[in-house]
Design a protein around this ligand. Structure first.
Ligand SMILES: C[S@@+](CC[C@H](N)C(=O)[O-])C[C@H]1O[C@@H](n2cnc3c(N)ncnc32)[C@H](O)[C@@H]1O
Ligand SMILES: CCCCCC(=O)c1c(O)c(Cl)c(O)c(Cl)c1O
Length: 341
C-alpha cells in the first residue's frame, strides 16, 4: 500500500482491519480455546439456543457467554437470530468443530493451553535462534510430552489422522506401489496412510512403525490383514523393506537428526529400495499461509523447519541419498529418494 493510497483511502475500517489482521491472533485463539474447552459448538447442534441457556449449561456468567457468542458471530462461527436477538444458531463451520465435527481435535489442539504456553517465548526463540517451546512447559524435547500428558498425545494423534484423511483423496491413486513387497510407514502413527495404500495394492504388505507410547495409545489404529504395527525408534533401527514412506516426519527434526533418520533407514533398505517423503516443499516466493505457519510451529515446538527443494537436496546429499523425483500430483508435497550409488 503506497503512501498516496494510504492518505487517500485511509479510514477507520481500513485501520481497524489492518490492526485486527496483525495483532489479534493471541486474543482470537484464546477466545477459541474457551469455545473448545466448553464445547460451545455442541450446544447449538440440536437447534438455536439463547445465550442464557448456554451460560447455565457451561456455568459461565451469562453476559460473558453473550460476548463470546457475539464475538464469534462477528467472526462467522455462529449466527444470531435477528428476530430473536440473544438467540444464537449453529453454522456449517461451527458444526465442523462440534463433537462429531472433523475439525474438533484441530480446534482443541492448536488452541490448547500447552500450545499457548509453548508459544509465549516465540520472540525469544527468534532472538536465541532456537525453538524454546518445550522448555516453557518443562521438557527438553516435544516428544517427552506424550509420556506425561496422555490426553494431549491423543489429541496429537487425532489431528494427525485428520490431516491424513484430508490428504488421502489426493494421495490415493497418485502413486503405484505395486512393485514393492513391503512398505514401512516410518512414524506412521494412526496407520491410515499405509492402511489406505494396502487397500489399493493387494500384493503389498505393510508395517506401521512408531513409538511404543503412540502405538499403545487409546486412539484406534488402522487395522488390516496385511498390516503389522511395530513399535520402535527410528534413530535406532527400522524394519527391513523395499519401500519406506515418511509423512510429516523429517519436518519435525533439525537437519542433523534428519540425516541420522535417513541413514538408519538406509541400513535396512533392501537393494533398489525407495523412500517416499510426503513433506511440504516451500517454493519461494509463492508461500502458502499454512506452510509458513507450520514452519514456525516446527521451529518453536521441535526446533525444526519446513524446507525448500534446495534445502531438501542438501539434506539428501548429506545423508548419502539422491532425489529421484518430485511427485507434482501430491499437493502436500512428495519426493522419491534412493541411496546414492
Ligand atoms: C507429525 S507426526 C506424523 C504422523 C504421520 N506420519 C502422519 O503424517 O499423520 C510424527 C510421528 O513421528 C513419530 N516419532 C517421533 N519420534 C519418533 C522416533 N524416534 N521413532 C519412531 N517414531 C517417532 C511420532 O510418534 C509421530 O507419530
Ligand atoms: C499441513 C501439515 C501439518 C502437519 C502438522 C504436524 O506435522 C505437526 C507436527 O509434526 C508437530 Cl511435531 C507438532 O508439534 C504439531 Cl502441533 C504439528 O501440527
Amino acid at each position: 500500500m503506497d503512501s498516496q493510497q494510504t492518505i487517500d483511502s485511509w479510514n477507520w475500517d481500513k485501520a481497524m482491519n489492518l490492526v485486527m489482521t496483525y495483532v489479534s491472533g493471541h486474543l482470537h485463539s484464546r477466545m477459541f480455546n474457551v469455545v473448545m474447552k466448553h464445547s460451545v459448538c455442541d450446544y447449538l447442534e440440536d437447534g438455536p439456543k439463547h445465550y442464557k441457556e448456554i451460560a447455565e449449561a457451561i456455568n459461565i456468567n451469562e453476559n460473558m457467554v453473550y460476548r463470546l457468542l457475539r464475538y464469534f458471530t462477528a467472526n462467522d462461527l455462529f449466527a444470531e437470530d435477528k428476530d430473536n436477538l440473544g438467540t444464537f444458531m449453529k453454522t456449517p463451520v461451527s458444526s465442523m468443530f462440534s463433537k462429531n465435527g472433523k475439525l474438533k481435535s484441530m480446534g482443541q489442539r492448536y488452541t490448547h493451553d500447552l500450545h499457548y504456553k509453548m508459544f509465549e517465548t516465540l520472540p525469544q526463540s527468534f532472538e536465541q535462534n532456537k525453538g524454546l517451546g518445550p522448555k516453557n512447559v518443562g521438557f527438553d524435547h516435544f516428544w517427552e510430552i506424550f509420556d506425561s500428558d496422555p490426553a494431549y498425545k491423543e489429541l496429537f494423534n487425532q489431528t494427525m489422522q485428520v490431516y491424513t484423511e484430508a490428504a488421502m483423496s489426493n494421495i490415493r491413486g497418485a502413486i503405484d506401489f505395486s512393485s514393492f513387497n513391503t512398505i514401512v510407514d516410518v512414524g506412521g502413527n494412526h496407520g491410515l496412510l499405509i492402511g489406505n495404500i494396502l487397500e489399493t495394492h493387494p500384493t503389498v504388505n505393510g508395517i506401521n512403525f512408531d513409538l511404543d507410547v503412540v502405538l499403545n495409545a487409546a486412539t484406534e489404529k488402522f487395522q488390516h490383514e496385511r498390516l503389522k504395527h511395530v513399535p520402535g525408534n527410528f534413530f535406532e533401527s527400522v524394519p527391513e523393506a523395499d519401500c519406506y514412506i515418511l509423512k510429516f516426519i523429517l519436518h519435525d527434526w533439525p537437519t542433523e537428526d534428519c540425516v541420522k533418520i535417513l541413514q538408519t533407514i538406509g541400513k535396512s533398505m533392501k537393494p533398489g529400495a525407495k523412500i517416499y517423503l510426503f513433506e511440504i516443499i516451500i517454493e519461494p516466493p509463492f508461500y502458502t499461509k499454512y506452510s509458513v505457519y507450520i514452519d514456525i510451529l516446527m521451529m518453536q515446538m521441535v526446533n525444526a523447519k519446513e524446507r525448500t527443494l534446495n534445502e531438501w537436496n542438501e539434506l539428501f546429499d548429506a545423508a548419502g541419498f539422491k532425489l529421484e523425483k518430485v511427485v507434482p500430483e501430491i499437493k502436500t508435497g512428495c519426493m522419491i529418494i534412493s541411496k546414492k550409488d
